[in-house]
Design a protein around this ligand. Structure first.
Ligand code: NCD
Length: 316
């Protein structure tokens, strides 16, 4: 069975269907309703890189739906330290589980794992490559705020070079006809091959270093952390660290319904003064990881989400 490695694995129609499923699953994600659609299924959580939200929201999603989770746990206490290859680890976890959520520092590792596995792999981030399950929760959050995806003006800001969230998201937004503004320091521009791929899909993209001058007519401003761990050269990191610091004072002339998003964790790119403004959406966005991942787990495990959730579910 195929999993979700990049956004190319889903058609626009499938994306919208999954977002609809996610919306219906909200009372289950909030714990207001118990609906054990995945009872008896087991998910393997294989995180070879640090994670809080992605790993925990996958686990929450599975458990809210009555499923079980086995964790690789800390890589340092697993057989990886004995020299076990990714191929062997996958072969084995494949036998223990029905689906695998995986994060790995190497770009392309999720596809490699999918080629070795019988069960679907959900790519929870492969190096500086892709992060499609994050994109699903990002799209959910954008649609929740604006009621649609098509035709929005979206500023993607920060580390566009190494940030896998913006690689996957820019691809999906292009397919929904959004106008994209890429705001980054020169060193951290979106890779040329991604820009030309987006242009091949008909993208309307502008690149700039001026974040603050780009946000006033935006519908969404998506901030990202500079990915310190991906720099080969510490001096290079030092030259772009702290490049953008969005503060409430920058928001005086923005559109009333503009939303500010961030995949989190943040470092210093969004000042806490922004948190209490009407624009901040990053904590709701993190919560939406649960519903988006619930809907994805059901889809990849071939389990239909009932049309009438309250009739299908019971009290906790
Ligand atoms: C992101 C990641 O791991 O790519 N985090 C996440 O999944 N929410 C963003 C980041 O680490 O900067």
């Amino acid at each position: 069975m195929t999993g979700l490695i990049t956004m190319d694995d889903l058609t626009n129609e499938e994306i919208l269907d999954i977002l609809d499923d996610a919306e219906r699953l909200l009372p289950v994600a909030k714990g207001e309703l118990y609906l054990p659609l995945l009872q008896g299924r087991i998910m393997g959580n294989l995180f070879f890189e640090p994670s809080t939200r992605t790993r925990m929201s996958f686990e929450t999603a599975m458990k809210r739906l009555g499923g079980g989770v086995v964790n690789l746990g800390d890589v340092k206490t697993s057989s990886v330290v004995k020299g076990e290859t990714l191929y062997d680890t996958i072969q084995m976890v494949d036998g223990y589980t029905d689906i695998i959520a995986m994060r790995h520092p190497r770009q392309g590792a999720a596809q490699y794992a999918q080629d070795a596995a019988r069960v679907p792999i959900l790519n929870g981030g492969d190096g500086a490559g892709n992060h499609p399950t994050q994109t699903m929760l990002d799209l959910f959050t954008i649609r929740q705020a604006h009621g649609k995806l098509d035709g929005l003006k979206v500023v993607l800001a920060g580390d566009l070079r190494y940030g896998r969230t913006v690689h996957s998201l820019s691809h999906a937004l292009t397919r929904f006809g959004c106008e994209l503004i890429f705001a980054s320091p020169g060193l951290l521009r979106m890779p040329a091959e991604i820009v030309s791929d987006l242009q091949g899909h008909g993208a309307n993209v502008t690149e700039t270093e001026d974040l603050y001058g780009s946000i006033n007519d935006a519908d969404v401003v998506y901030m990202t952390r500079i990915q310190k761990e991906r720099f080969a050269d510490e001096d290079e990191y030092a030259r772009c660290a702290g490049a953008y610091k969005l503060h409430a004072k920058h928001l005086a002339d923005v559109k009333e319904d503009m939303i500010i998003m961030h995949p989190l964790p943040r470092v210093d790119e969004i000042h806490p003064s922004v948190d209490s403004t009407r624009h901040a959406r990053y904590f709701e966005q993190a919560f939406n990881g649960v519903v988006a991942r619930m809907a994805l787990l059901c889809r990849l495990l071939g389990v239909a989400v009932p049309a009438d959730i309250s009739a299908a579910g019971g009290a906790l």
